[in-house]
Design a protein around this ligand. Structure first.
Ligand code: NAD
Ligand code: DAU
Length: 353
């Protein structure tokens, strides 16, 4: 019988966090998984309904910005591992409200690092502190080139700058205190349970409601899309086999111009909804561009693929079909998350464009 390991996952009620939490709870029965989440607008326990009664799963409501709370938590549980996903994650919100991002992403990560280090200082081992980050820390690419782990940091939005700051703090704790850290920087995720402020679920929701599809600028910006469960698989591999002090880039090798991706979604939705071909396309509306809009992200995943054998398992066609079907089959989930503050957010964000 394997010894029980206590794993703290932060942000487990969010989009990617819920997929990671489910994977760890289901695949590792000898792990006791603690999901620490503040349940902001983006956190939703409905995402984890299927595992909420699992014997190796415990939810803890709490805020990583509260340093004393974290110190007490580490004192109580002595975690063997930390997988840190909790963050404010939406670029547009960071443009409107940067301080929230500085508090959660920078101070919150600092608090978590400090609490983990204090646990070690008190003689309780920690196997791994894994920080989940983004490709946006590298800035914006031109028409060619890929982000590697050596690409200099050049964040351009309050969101990416706050994530870059947190990456630097994580590395500082490795070099200064020998905290056993590992970092990964991933490209755009898509899949089930993503909050409909992000492009793909927002477009699906607007098509469902026959509302305009807001395309920023000319729709020429490019993103590298990865199915969320393939990100969760990569996180599993990095957590278990990643070298401490190292960074791994994770990407889908799947670049799409926004406008092409939106047109593709329009076509899929027309078929799924039995609407006349071209119905959704008519909803496309070009609106004022995002401030400081990064042109292109694209990831070179050679390192994680060569060192850890990771590669995406799902092709984009299949992933998109699964994603669209999930939103169509989970209308109640969608309605629940767009009740409340969503309408106000949407008006503030889009009416002025
Ligand atoms: P999300 O916004 O869907 O979820 C974030 C979660 O963190 C929510 O459950 C929220 O309640 C929780 N949270 C926020 N502030 C908190 C606080 N102060 N204390 C405790 N919990 C708090 O985000 P996501 O898209 O799932 O992203 C998860 C992580 O992955 C983030 O760190 C993000 O930077 C990173 N990332 C995301 C993507 C992407 O495409 N979505 C790509 C690469 C990296
Ligand atoms: O690259 C990884 C990052 O991907 C993550 O770190 C972030 O947490 C995640 O939100 C995502 O950031 P983006 O800004 O790339 O994702 P978003 O879905 O907001 O936008 C994708 C592209 O679509 C981007 O070029 C802006 C554009 N867009 C977005 C929205 C919401 C539109 O044209 N219209 C929209 O209404």
């Amino acid at each position: 019988m394997k010894a029980v390991k206590k794993i703290l996952i932060t942000g487990g009620a969010g989009f990617i966090g819920s997929h990671v939490t489910r994977r760890f709870v289901k695949n590792y029965p000898h792990y006791q998984v603690y999901n620490l989440d503040k349940l902001t607008y983006a956190g939703n326990l409905e995402n984890l309904k299927d595992i909420e009664d699992a014997p190796n799963y415990i939810f803890i409501k709490g805020d990583i910005v509260n340093q004393q709370f974290l110190k007490d938590l580490f004192e109580k549980y002595h975690f063997n591992g930390v997988i840190h996903l909790a963050a404010e994650s939406h670029v547009d919100r960071s443009i409107t409200n940067p301080m929230e991002f500085i508090h959660t992403n920078v101070v919150g990560t600092g608090n978590l690092l400090f609490a983990a280090q204090e646990q070690i200082n008190k003689g309780k081992l920690l196997d791994c502190f894994y920080h989940i980050s983004t490709d946006e820390v590298y800035g914006s690419l031109g028409d060619t080139g890929l982000f590697t782990e050596e690409t200099p940091y050049s964040p351009r939005s309050p969101y990416s700058a706050s994530k870059a700051s947190s990456d630097h703090l994580v590395r500082a704790f490795y070099h200064t205190y020998k905290l056993p850290v590992v970092i990964s920087n991933c490209s755009n995720n898509y899949g089930s349970n993503q909050f409909p402020e992000k492009l793909i679920p927002l477009v699906i929701n607007n098509i469902l409601n026959m509302s305009p599809i807001p395309v920023y600028g000319k729709g020429e910006n490019i993103r590298d899309w990865l199915y969320v469960e393939d990100h969760a698989l990569a996180i599993d591999q990095v957590y278990h086999a990643g070298q401490k002090g190292q960074t791994y880039n994770i990407g889908g090798n799947n670049e799409w111009k926004n406008i092409d991706l939106i047109i593709k979604l329009c076509e899929i939705m027309d078929i799924r909804l039995n609407r006349k071909s071209g119905t959704s396309h008519k909803l496309i509306t070009f609106v004022k561009d995002r401030a400081g809009h990064d042109l292109r992200y694209a990831i070179d995943s050679t390192k994680i693929s060569q060192e850890l054998g990771w590669k995406p398992t799902l092709d984009f066609e299949t992933g998109m079909a699964k994603t669209v079907d999930w939103y169509l089959n989970n209308n109640e989930w969608l309605q629940n998350v767009i009740s409340g503050d969503y309408e106000k957010y949407y008006d503030d964000q889009y009416k002025k464009r």
